[in-house]
Design a protein around this ligand. Structure first.
Ligand code: SAM
Length: 256
């Protein structure tokens, strides 16, 4: 375990401690939602099936759990979740919502690239816009593999490659139909208006990384947003997201 956090983990911690207040309302809504829905458009679980491989009694970890509503959904389906997050402020909301809903599970404060738990502790690992975009993929994906038992499943949701290539630097300006940056070499993203750091890989590189980390890929779902969907996020519009995926879901299985 490293004593020092990587520079981008420290920067993301400071930003998420500041942003946590803005995410509390969405956390409250999702903790109360009868059925899971995913991403910035709230696409129903029945369309995407992120939890289709989850079974009652499974031990699960949510990597970058934020307000931990995904973990609450896992608990509601009979699994035993653990959430880890880099932001104490996000975990404070998660703890408040645990108490409000009478659902208890462990919440760890730490870096999802170095989880302080033994190898092969879990059957299921999930990340919705958590470690999946805020951690270095060359660190968090091998770490997810370490944490999973053989046959365990990793499921994660991220911004699509198309969106990352077309999104303007100004987060309040919507993505257009023009490639603004190269695919080759894409990995680390920083935006001019804040101090956060995100990571997004081209598909070929992510496939190679998953395979080198001991996974077989089961699915890449390029999410087409259902007609009539709404979002509070300013950077994508419905017409764009009906033509191109703005999000993608990956499902991978740890080799036995
Ligand atoms: C967008 S939230 C994800 C939670 C929820 N699914 C959602 O979409 O609101 C992103 C979370 O990732 C967490 N995060 C960022 N870097 C992390 C790291 N290195 N380890 C663990 N969590 C991290 C942030 O603190 C934040 O709570």
């Amino acid at each position: 375990m490293s004593a020092e956090l990587p520079e981008y983990v420290r920067r993301n911690r400071a930003e998420w401690d500041t942003w946590a207040q803005q995410y509390a309302a969405a956390g409250e809504r999702n903790w109360s939602a009868p059925d899971p829905s995913w991403g910035i458009w709230g696409v129903p679980e029945s369309d995407l099936g992120l939890l289709s491989g989850l079974q009652r009694g499974m031990e699960a970890i949510e990597l970058g759990c934020g307000t931990a509503y995904v973990s609450a959904w896992l608990a509601g389906r009979g699994a035993s979740p653990v959430g880890i997050d880099n932001s104490e402020a996000q975990l404070a909301t998660a703890k408040r919502l645990q108490e409000a809903h009478g659902i208890d599970f462990p919440l760890l404060h730490g870096n999802a690239e170095e989880v302080p738990l033994p190898d092969a502790s879990f059957d299921f690992a999930i990340s919705e816009y958590g470690a999946s975009i805020w951690c270095d993929p060359y660190r968090w994906i091998p770490e997810a593999s370490r944490l999973l038992r053989p046959g365990g499943q990793l499921v994660f949701l991220v911004n699509s490659v198309q969106l990352m290539l077309c999104a303007p630097d100004d987060p309040d300006t919507k993505a257009g139909a023009r490639l603004l940056r190269p695919l080759f070499g894409m990995k680390r993203f920083e935006w001019p208006d804040d101090d956060s750091v995100e990571f997004h890989l081209p598909h070929g590189e992510l496939i190679a990384l998953l395979r080198d980390s001991g996974f077989e890929i089961e699915a890449l779902i390029e999410v087409q947003v259902p007609e009539g969907s709404t979002t509070t996020f300013p950077y994508a519009d419905l017409e764009w997201c009906r033509r191109w995926p703005c999000e993608e879901v990956w499902k991978a299985r740890k080799r036995s």
